[in-house]
Structures are given as C-alpha cells and as structure tokens.
Ligand binder design. Structure first.
Ligand code: XMP
Length: 318
C-alpha cells in the first residue's frame, strides 16, 4: 500500500503523546529533514513539555546554525542552540578510524543531551531515526555497514526513554510528511546531511585546517550546483557535497611546487539513500567548482570527482 502522509501524521502524534505521557521531552534538532519533521510532530503532540535543542558540534556546514534556527521557528519549533564545538573537536583529536569517530560523536552527542535534558527535567528523548539508519546499523539481523549516528552512538544506559516516531519511514516518505505538515520548502527539500556532519567528510583524522577546507568546499559545491540547476544545465542531484582525503598531493602555483589537500566532489541520484548512482554533472559545472575550490581555498590543491555508485561504495566517504 502506498505511504499516506495524511494518515501517518495523526497516528505519529498519538504515538508521541502516549509514549511521552505527562513527562518532559527533549529533541535533537540537527537541521536535517528527519529531525525537523520529528520535532514538528512532537511540537504538535506535546508542545508544553518539549525542549528542542540544536547542538553545534563544530561539524556543521557554513552558516548552518543560523539557518536551522530560522527554519525551525518558521515551523513552530522554538530552538535552543548550544555550542559544544570545542568539546567535540577535543574528543576526536588523533582519531582516524571511521567507526571510532562515529561512535565518539554519537556518544558525546547523547551525553550532551543528557546534560541538557537534566537541566529541563526531561525524561524522554525524541529522535528522528528513520528505517535506513537502523537497517544499516545491523538491525533486523543484518550486518553493520556503518554505525549510523542515531543508533550506533546510543549508550546502553542513557537514562532517558526513547521515542522514534519516524522509525519505519524512508527519506522520501519523511519529506512527504514534512510537506503535509506545511514545513518551509527549504526544510523538506533540503538534501540529507549525516548526523556526524562534516566529521565524516574529513576522511581520517580531523584537523581544524581540513575542517575549514571541507566546510568551504561543501558551500562551493552547493552554490555551483544551485546555479547550474537554476540555469537548467542539470537536474538537482539527491545529495551533493565535498570531502577531504587524508593524503595531500603535489601541484604547482606559479614557479613553485605546492603540496596541498585533495578535495573530492560527490553528487548522487537516489530515492532513499540505500542505493545511489553518481550524477552526470556537465563538465563546465565541474570545471567551475574545481577552479573556485583551488582558487579560493588556500589548503586545497586538487579536486577529484567521485564516479562510484552505491553499492559498492556508500554515499559518504566514512
Ligand atoms: P551512506 O554513506 O551510508 O549514506 O551511503 C546514506 C545516506 O545516509 C546519510 N548518512 C547519515 N544519516 N546519520 C544520519 O542520519 C548518520 O550517521 C549518517 N551517515 C550517513 C548520508 O548522508 C546519505 O544521505
């Protein structure tokens, strides 16, 4: 049977009401469509018992905190922004292994929530976990492909009850619910962004320099694709971003040999993120991105385009 967002909404609101009861609840709003839709449902279900928090991990995209706050307010969700970036960065120093990075971020994320939940006296945690998150994290008897943020980092004893109203939904269904809820277009049409954020787009160990490179490169990729789509040069990919590889490569600037970071551009077509095909971006658009990245980002010396489908690769690099 086709998914019906109209009937899903009242059911989800009832589910949240009955799970939360008369307790106070916190929700982690990351800015992505999943958590924003979960927060909007929770704001409908238990408006006076809800605290919505945006944790700035330091791994967010350029200007993201401000944009998310604005979008949340339009959607009727009062949002608290807490800057925890130094804490996250400190915990990840020297860590290169992808699963370890994800686990550390996930765990700290929940800890931060526990702290804020305690402050407001909340006993319930509402999360925007969707079906691919738990399927790929080894749910339903499957092998772990990668620990998704929402599930992998969940400590056994988090001390809060859990409510996951979107658990059975796929991404396109979440978008349908967002649209039905009347959320701003920018929210439900927003491209997916991983829970651990830019941390998984710096392949290997994170440094402040690489983090800044990836933040700027992601912004350039988004802008250039936005322009190309507006000019009808290409369709908007399902997801598009940049990542930084762990090895530098040699280049030349004027008469000088340079040794700088390698940026990978990734753009895919997909329905739900479970499988994906790389987007066939026109060469002029790739060229514009490459020139801007190497001209305006000091530490970036080379730009590659990822031509792998999922499977065998995943959408993100880690
Ligand atoms: P992968 O890289 O697993 O990504 O092929 C599939 C989709 O999921 C996003 N992604 C995440 N989403 N928490 C999330 O909520 C996560 O930890 C996470 N990791 C990846 C990814 O951006 C893509 O859209």
């Amino acid at each position: 049977m086709a998914f019906n967002p109209e009937s899903f909404i009242p059911e989800a609101v009832e589910e949240i009401k009955s799970k939360v009861g008369n307790r106070k609840a916190v929700i982690a709003v990351s800015g992505g469509v999943d958590s924003m839709v979960a927060a909007a449902l929770a704001a409908k279900a238990v408006p006076d018992q809800l605290t919505a928090i945006f944790v700035d991990t330091g791994f967010m995209r350029k200007n993201e905190a401000v944009q998310v706050k604005k979008a949340a307010e339009t959607a009727g969700i009062p949002l608290q922004i807490v800057d925890e970036s130094e804490r996250f960065f400190g915990k990840l120093e020297g860590i290169a292994e992808p699963e370890q990075k994800r686990k550390i971020i996930g765990e700290l994320f929940i800890r931060v929530f526990e702290e804020h939940a305690k402050e407001v006296g909340a006993e319930m945690l509402i999360q925007g976990t969707i079906a691919p998150d738990w399927i790929e994290s080894g749910g339903a008897g499957r092998d772990t492909i990668k620990s998704h943020h929402n599930v992998g980092g969940l400590p056994e004893e988090m001390g809060l009850g859990l409510c996951e109203p979107l658990r059975e939904l796929y991404k396109h269904e979440v978008r349908m619910v967002g649209k039905e809820l009347g959320l701003p277009r920018a929210v439900f049409e927003r491209q997916p962004f991983p829970g651990p954020g830019l941390a998984v787009r710096v392949v290997g160990e994170i440094t402040r320099e690489k983090l800044e490179i990836v933040r700027e490169a992601c912004a350039i990729v988004e802008e250039e694709i936005g322009v190309a789509v507006a000019k009808e040069m290409m369709e908007r990919p399902w997801q598009y971003f940049a990542a930084v590889l762990p090895s530098k490569t040699v280049g030349v600037a004027g008469d000088e040999r340079i040794y700088r970071h390698t940026v990978v551009v990734r753009a895919v077509r997909s329905l739900d993120g479970m499988t994906a095909n790389f987007s066939k971006i026109p060469p002029e658009v790739l060229s514009a991105m490459s020139t801007r990245i190497t001209n305006s980002i000091n530490g970036a010396g080379r730009v590659l385009y990822d031509i792998t489908n999922k499977p065998p690769s995943t959408v993100e690099m880690e």
